[in-house]
Design a protein around this ligand. Structure first.
Ligand code: NAD
Ligand code: DAU
Length: 352
């Protein structure tokens, strides 16, 4: 790829997107990096204060459904490729309001593909479209087995159905129009800057405020955890070295039962907060299960390992300690994102 790249990153103000933006801005000072984000409740420019004054970084606010604006930006910056992360990303919210997931994840992705197809044709370039997706498109596993890139799609929540649909549109643009695309399907991320609706930051924030820790069902569901900076590294690698038309699974090699993860987190928080009376574990409450709760996700990531040489660099103990340290050192960040709308969401989801 040429050294004069201009990459439009959608959802660059979100959790994973901000780590991808930071990595690319720092690693490739010769590139132009455009962060295009609507700044929904999940988007936060405070995630990027350390890169905002770099000359190769640009922020543009807008909606991926706004084809006119996206078209103007593609021309303004002579964009050579897109890394698409913008999405509604929280499963519980998709159960509450499925149509907003269709609007953003399905229609938004289809609009972005179409405006990029027209733009690349007009500009006479072969721009790459990289779609960042989830392992949830494969459905759920029993106690054994792994998702491979050949596992049939079987999404079970409105979130995963919307992501599966967007994956199909991306693949269809490759097959029908020859668009150079790549897709990756990744397991659960954790790390700094994650919005406190997701399991780990929600529990950290509740422990910090001495609030109950709501564990769904019996806490027996299993997830595979990946430190967010390792995901950003994989995205960088796939964008530059992945093969056109291919899918890559990304995983953390860290399968944990939710209740075991929460107990481990409680111990780490007890140590770091110097808790004097009892343990944060006393705050654990088993609550009503999530509807259609997928039992287990586990990833076979041998393809990216063998073909591109990527493996997760951060073990869970180190990643969790770094994550807790970050949240404890960034009270202001959390207090800022926990506004009235978060409190309303929390009440609807968990009651009081
Ligand atoms: P996030 O919810 O933290 O961030 C999403 C970002 O998209 C926000 O900045 C938001 O403002 C922006 N956005 C939402 N709607 C938009 C629109 N219409 N136009 C422009 N911007 C819009 O999400 P995340 O956890 O960082 O996930 C990023 C991507 O990675 C998503 O596509 C998600 O499906 C995928 N993914 C996430 C995980 C995970 O564990 N979090 C794992 C695998 C894949
Ligand atoms: O697998 C990748 C997916 O991981 C991403 O595509 C999604 O964007 C991301 O949100 C995540 O989905 P999950 O549903 O697995 O993540 P969440 O953090 O919401 O929940 C993790 C597990 O913890 C899940 O089994 C549900 C459980 N849980 C979650 C919350 C918020 C609880 O027990 N209590 C809670 O309060």
């Amino acid at each position: 790829m040429s050294s004069t790249q201009a990459i439009l990153i959608t959802g660059g103000a979100g959790f994973i997107g901000s780590h991808v933006v930071r990595r690319l801005v720092n690693q490739y000072p010769e590139y132009t990096i455009i962060n295009f984000d609507l700044l929904t409740y999940a988007g936060n420019l405070d995630n990027l204060t350390d890169v905002e004054s770099k000359p190769n970084y640009h922020f543009e606010k807008g909606d991926i459904n706004d084809m006119e604006l996206v078209g103007q930006l593609l021309r303004k910056y002579n964009v050579t490729g897109i890394i698409h992360l913008a999405a509604e990303s929280h499963v519980d919210r998709s159960i509450e309001d499925p149509l907003s997931f269709v609007r953003t994840n399905v229609l938004g992705t289809a609009s972005l593909l179409e405006v990029f197809r027209r733009y690349t044709k007009e500009a006479g370039i072969n721009g790459r479209f990289y779609h960042v997706s989830t392992d949830e498109v494969y459905g759920e596993l029993g106690d054994t087995g792994y998702f491979t890139e050949r596992t049939p799609y079987s999404p079970r929540s409105p979130y995963s159905a919307s992501k599966a649909s967007s994956d199909h549109f991306v693949r269809a643009y490759h097959e029908t129009y020859g668009m150079p695309i790549v897709i990756s399907n990744c397991s659960n991320n954790y790390g700094p800057n994650q919005f406190p609706e997701k399991l780990i930051p929600l529990m950290i924030n509740n422990i910090r405020n001495n609030k109950e820790l709501p564990v769904y069902g019996e806490g027996a569901n299993i997830r595979d955890w990946l430190y967010v900076e390792d995901h950003a590294e994989a995205i960088d690698l796939i964008y530059h070295k992945g093969k056109d038309g291919e899918t890559y699974n990304i995983g953390g090699d860290t399968e944990l039962k939710n209740i075991d993860l929460v107990r481990t987190l409680c111990k780490v928080m007890d140590e770091k907060m110097g808790r004097l009376l009892g343990s944060a574990e006393d705050l654990i409450r088993f609550v009503k299960d999530r509807a259609g709760h997928d039992h287990r996700y586990a990833i076979d990531f041998s393809k990216i390992k063998n073909e591109l040489g990527w493996t997760p660099a951060t073990d869970f103990k180190t990643g969790l300690a770094k994550t807790v340290d970050w949240y404890l050192a960034n009270d202001a960040w959390i207090d800022h994102v926990i506004d009235g709308s978060y409190r309303q969401y929390y009440e609807r989801q968990y009651g009081q």
